[in-house]
Design a protein around this ligand. Structure first.
Ligand code: SAH
Length: 240
């Protein structure tokens, strides 16, 4: 946790929060925090700044803070990922938030196991907690939007064209003849990643007809989470 995120529910006075949940555990076990220590804090959806621990027990921590700094700019990326197995989903949720993706769309595809849609990871509160972990890691306060698309065809036909407005659409597909994956996000991008078993030809055709260009990271077939990380990692801007 490189940033302690809070919401209005944590405020006990103006400029003061009290935490008693896993954030408190983290202050104790990882930061070995003590009264007087400073911690980076951020308001979910708002500004970030410096906090100071004014009281600390096993039960709760009180932190006064001042917010004066904007969160980093988002990566201008809409990320489409065929719903992966729950373990990988957790990593992808954290990763998408960590890399600053604006919008994550989890979609169905022929090779997505139906049972994956039943996972508790997709419950609103659980999903949000994984996204927050990503934001805490990378020091950001703005949650990515997350959309679930349980049916491939209506998604691609009815909603993908809207998502593509003003964006370059790319389909990550390890196939000979595909172009190189981009190394900047000068233009806003929409990036589609397939399921563990890959897209079926019908899906590739539909996505290409919708306007997505096929891009590749080379002949190595990467695990979905590594493909996501490799594709997003190329887009990070070094200067800040
Ligand atoms: N057997 C499948 C591999 C799927 S890998 C196939 O041949 O298509 C899962 C997903 O990760 C792929 O659908 C693709 O979106 C992405 N991916 C993995 N390795 C990649 C690479 N080298 N280049 C581009 N995308 C890749």
């Amino acid at each position: 946790m490189n940033l302690l995120l809070f919401s209005a529910a944590d405020l006990c006075a103006p400029g003061e929060i009290r935490v008693a949940d896993q954030r408190l555990q983290h202050l104790h076990s990882v930061h070995r925090a003590a009264v007087g220590d400073s911690v980076r804090v951020g308001e979910i959806g708002g500004l970030m700044g410096e906090g100071r621990i004014t009281a600390l027990t096993d039960r709760q921590a009180t932190i006064t803070f001042q917010l004066d700094c904007n969160p980093p700019p988002k990566l201008p990326v809409t990320l489409l990922v065929a719903l992966p197995r729950p373990k990988m989903l957790r990593r992808i949720l954290r990763g998408a938030a960590e890399f600053g993706v604006e919008h994550l769309v989890l979609f169905n595809s022929y090779r997505v196991e139906k049972s994956f849609w039943q996972t508790p990871v997709l419950n609103d509160a659980t999903l949000r907690s994984y996204l927050l972990q990503g934001l805490e890691q990378s020091r950001d306060t703005v949650l990515p939007a997350v959309t679930l698309e349980r049916r491939f065809k209506p998604f691609v036909e009815d909603r993908l064209p809207g998502l593509l407005q003003g964006r370059r659409g790319l389909l990550a597909h390890p196939t000979p003849g595909a172009g190189a994956a981009p190394s900047t996000a000068d233009t806003p991008l929409l990036l589609a990643i397939g399921p563990e078993g890959g897209f079926i030809p019908y899906e590739v055709d539909m996505l290409q007809s919708a306007g997505l260009e096929t891009v590749s990271l080379g002949p190595r077939i990467l695990r979905v989470e590594n493909a996501v990380t490799a594709l997003l990692g190329r887009l990070l801007a070094p200067a800040h």
